[in-house]
Design a protein around this ligand. Structure first.
Ligand code: MLT
Length: 306
C-alpha cells in the first residue's frame, strides 16, 4: 500500500485517480511516501524522511521549500496550465470590472431596495447612471507580462475582445512561443511596455528576479491612467510603490487577487481574495493532474513538471 499524505482538501476527482486497493490517503501518517497539497505552507522540518515526492495541485510552488526538497532529492511536481482557464476568465471579468461602473452601479441599485414606485425609480436611475459611465476594452492596448500558460490565454482572449496586445517575457519557453498568436507584438523591455499600454496584466512566478519587479520607478514611466492587474503573486509587485503611484496620480488603477494591509480601501483599487483558480473545474483539473503525477512517479519512477 502506498501512503499519500494530503495537507489540503483535494477534489474527489483527483483522489479517484489513486485506487484504494493500492493507495491509502489520509491527512495524518507517520511514514507517507508522497505529499499531495494545495496552498498549505510546508516547512522543511515538516517533511517526513519517508517522503519521496511532493505534488502541488496548483501552478505556483512558493508554499513549498523547493530548495530544501532538491537537496534531499525530493521532486516537487506542480500542475501548470490546469487552472489557466479559471484565471483567464477572472482576468477578463476584472478588465471589465475595472473599466465599467459595475461595482458602483450594483451598490447604488442596492440602495433602492425599499422603493416601491417603479416610475420614481426609473427617474432616479436615469439621473444616476451618468455616474457609472465607463470605457470599452476594444481598441485599447493590453500588455501581458509573462507569456506562459495563463498569459498566452489572456492574450488570445483580449485579441478576441478587439484589444491590441503586446507581450513581454524574457524567459519565453519554446512551447509557449509556438502557442502564441502572431498578433501579439513582443516587446523587449518592461519600461517600454509600461509606457505604451492602457492595461497591464502580470503572469510571472515569484523568483529572485521577479520579487518587487513592479517598482516605483517603473510605475513612474507608465501612462497615468494605466490599469494594472496582478493575478499572479503579491510578491512581484512592490505594494508601497503601487499605493504611492495611485496617490500621486501616476497609476490609474490597481486590480489584484491579493488584499494586503495598507492596500485595502485605497482609492482606485479592486481587490479579490485570491480566487483566481477557485472554480470546481480548476480544482478538479489540478487535483487530477497532481494525482496522476504522483501515481506515475510512484509506479513508474517518471518525473513530470518538476
Ligand atoms: C496557483 O498557484 O495555482 C494559483 O495561484 C491558485 C492557488 O494558489 O491555489
Amino acid at each position: 500500500m502506498h501512503k499519500i499524505l494530503t495537507l489540503n482538501q483535494i477534489s474527489v476527482k483527483g483522489l479517484e485517480r489513486l485506487p484504494r486497493d493500492h493507495y491509502e490517503i489520509a491527512s495524518e501518517f507517520t511514514h507517507p511516501e508522497a505529499i499531495l497539497l494545495r496552498s498549505h505552507k510546508l516547512q522543511p522540518e515538516d517533511i517526513p524522511e519517508s517522503v519521496l515526492g511532493i505534488a502541488r495541485a496548483g501552478a505556483g510552488v512558493n508554499n513549498i521549500p523547493v530548495a530544501a526538497c532538491t537537496e534531499r532529492g525530493i521532486p516537487v511536481f506542480n500542475t501548470p496550465g490546469a487552472n489557466a482557464n479559471a484565471v483567464k476568465e477572472l482576468i477578463i471579468a476584472a478588465l471589465c470590472l475595472g473599466s465599467r461602473g459595475i461595482l458602483q452601479g450594483v451598490q447604488y441599485v442596492d440602495t433602492l431596495k425599499d422603493m416601491t414606485d417603479k416610475a420614481e425609480m426609473n427617474t432616479l436611475l436615469e439621473k444616476e447612471k451618468k455616474n457609472y459611465k465607463g470605457n470599452e476594452l476594444a481598441g485599447k492596448t493590453l500588455g501581458v507580462v509573462g507569456l506562459g500558460a495563463i498569459g498566452s490565454m489572456v492574450a488570445d482572449a483580449a485579441l478576441e475582445l478587439g484589444m491590441t496586445v503586446k507581450g513581454y517575457d524574457p524567459a519565453l519557453s519554446v512551447e509557449s512561443a509556438w502557442r502564441l498568436s502572431s498578433n501579439v507584438e513582443r516587446v523587449e523591455n518592461l519600461n517600454s511596455l509600461f509606457s505604451k499600454c492602457d492595461y497591464i496584466t502580470l503572469h510571472l512566478p515569484v523568483l529572485d528576479a521577479t520579487r518587487g519587479l513592479i517598482n516605483r520607478e517603473l510605475l513612474a514611466s507608465c501612462k497615468k491612467d494605466l490599469r494594472l492587474l496582478n493575478f499572479a503573486r503579491a510578491e512581484i509587485v512592490d505594494t508601497a510603490a503601487v499605493i504611492s503611484a495611485l496617490n500621486d496620480g501616476d497609476l490609474g488603477q490597481y486590480i489584484a487577487d491579493f488584499p494586503e494591509p495598507g492596500l485595502i480601501g485605497v482609492p482606485n483599487t479592486i481587490l479579490t481574495p485570491h480566487i483566481g483558480a477557485s472554480t470546481d473545474e480548476a480544482e478538479d483539473n489540478c487535483a487530477v493532474m497532481a494525482a496522476d503525477q504522483i501515481k506515475d512517479f510512484i509506479e513508474n519512477g517518471n518525473i513530470k513538471n518538476s
